[in-house]
Design a protein around this ligand. Structure first.
Ligand code: GLU
Length: 443
């Protein structure tokens, strides 16, 4: 049943460009909200003033707009610092937030010692044993940061993808919520936002599972229930190799520049990691309609950027001419020629910008690079080709004449002739293409 109270959010940090990994998170949350007729929030997690940049926030909006993933509301964490401060005060008053003073080096040393002794590297809560005098002295010396005091019980939830989870809070360090310099960290900001904004479903990468456990306790400490959580598996490369380091090269902006079609990308990402086949759809709304989170699995999800090429070609092949009119306009194709040209080339377009290349071929003819061994044959054949305009039978008449004259047939006849006339090894049916061409090749 649709539930219009459903609220999801996509919460990128504007500290870099969005990549395919982020897109997966954005799309799953978007589909949940749209399928339910609920609300989708774009939340900019920008509490890090050094690394957050407006140009990244602009690029995030532009990427989502390009994909057609619309949002109902935009929220910015840097505008909500007073809310986080109030939540921190509440937790301090309840004895759930304590000040600690270890430097990163000291913490690192503690972790190493614990690991050497075969113990899990969990923060030892030494700060809780400090006297008031120690605390005042350390605060003056080096400043403190604030940790949430976990209740060391098991934290359990039914994950929308991973199923029943149970995490022992004793195996997790008390999370730092506020840094020494006062900077509010993701964990508290996210919890306060998710509760204030009535978020009902959170889907994010499985690298967040431990965060979720601590956030469930923080929400409870603030007197709130937690949303439904689901953690999707992380993307790997085609061979199962970790993709995290290469994600920077899989930025959405680069895919756009590369001519990837948004619906090809979305259709792939909507099904990758689920047990349903990838189905090319026409609109994001259609993806949402057919979306079912319970079909997603736990196993790492293989992603091969090369898959986007054939999907893009298939997407373009299925588009009506009106959907590529801007490209026809840019290529200077007269309006009355567009339908006929698209009808012939639409299955041979890898990216929208190819339309200009086809138009140039049609109007100016090819400049093929003929291999040495075919030169004689091609010159002889072209002498038999009448000048344009050509008709629907030009190709069959011509190739028949060339066959008679040279005795070539099959592939050895058609391949070099296609190449000579179009400069390409593949393309539309030559009988269809030639009537649109206005010029013989220039050798
Ligand atoms: N800003 C966080 C991230 O990009 C958000 C994680 C979440 O969805 O809570 O990892």
């Amino acid at each position: 049943m649709p539930d219009t109270r459903t609220v999801t959010r996509f919460a990128p940090s504007p500290t870099g460009r969005l990549h395919v990994g982020n897109l997966r998170t954005a799309l799953l949350n978007w589909m949940i909200a749209r399928k339910a007729g609920g609300t989708f929030i774009l939340r900019l997690d920008d509490t890090d003033p050094e690394r957050s940049k407006t140009e990244y926030a602009d690029a995030i909006r532009r990427d989502l707009e390009w994909l057609g993933l619309d949002w109902d509301r935009e929220e910015t964490q840097s505008a909500r610092l007073d809310r986080y401060a109030a939540a921190a005060d509440e937790m301090r008053a309840a004895g759930r937030l304590y000040e600690a003073f270890e430097t990163p080096t000291e913490l690192d040393l503690k972790r190493k010692k614990q690991l050497n002794m075969g113990k899990p590297p969990v923060y030892d809560r030494a700060a809780l044993a400090l006297s008031d005098e120690d605390r005042d002295r350390l605060r003056a010396e080096r400043g403190g940061h604030w940790r949430f005091k976990l209740d060391q019980s098991r934290i359990e939830w039914t994950d929308g993808i991973l199923g029943d989870l149970s995490i022992d809070a004793a195996s997790v360090s008390d999370p730092v919520l506020i840094r020494g310099d006062g900077q509010v960290l993701y964990t508290i900001a996210s919890v306060v936002d998710d509760t204030d904004m009535g978020v009902t479903h959170v889907v994010r990468g499985s690298d967040h599972v431990t965060n979720t456990a601590t956030q469930i306790q923080i929400m409870a400490a603030l007197g709130h229930d937690h949303p439904a959580f689901a953690h999707h598996s992380l993307l790997t490369g085609p061979q199962g190799e970790a993709l995290s380091k290469r994600l920077g090269t899989l930025a959405l902006g680069d895919l756009r520049e590369d001519g990837i079609e948004p619906m090809a990308l979305l259709s792939l990402m909507a099904r990758l990691g689920s047990n349903q086949p990838v189905t090319l759809r026409d609109t994001p709304a259609e993806l949402a309609e057919h979306f079912d989170l319970s079909q997603f699995g736990v196993a790492p999800t293989k992603f091969d950027v090369a898959d986007l090429r054939p999907l893009t070609a298939a997407r373009l092949a299925a588009l009506p001419r009106s959907a590529v009119d801007a490209e026809f306009e840019a290529a200077g194709v007269p309006e009355d020629a567009r339908d006929a040209v698209w009808a012939v080339i639409h299955e041979n377009v890898d990216r929208r910008s190819d339309i200009a290349g086809w138009w140039q071929l049609l109007t100016e003819g090819a400049t093929p690079d003929i291999p040495e061994e075919d030169r004689g044959f091609v010159t002889e054949a072209l002498a038999l080709l009448p000048d344009a305009p050509w008709t629907a039978t030009t190709w069959s008449d011509w190739t028949a004449a060339v066959k008679d004259k040279t005795g070539r047939k099959g592939k050895t006849l058609f391949k070099p002739l296609r190449h000579a006339v179009t400069g390409r090894a593949n393309g539309p049916d030559m009988g269809d293409l030639m009537p649109l061409m206005r010029a013989k090749p220039r050798l």
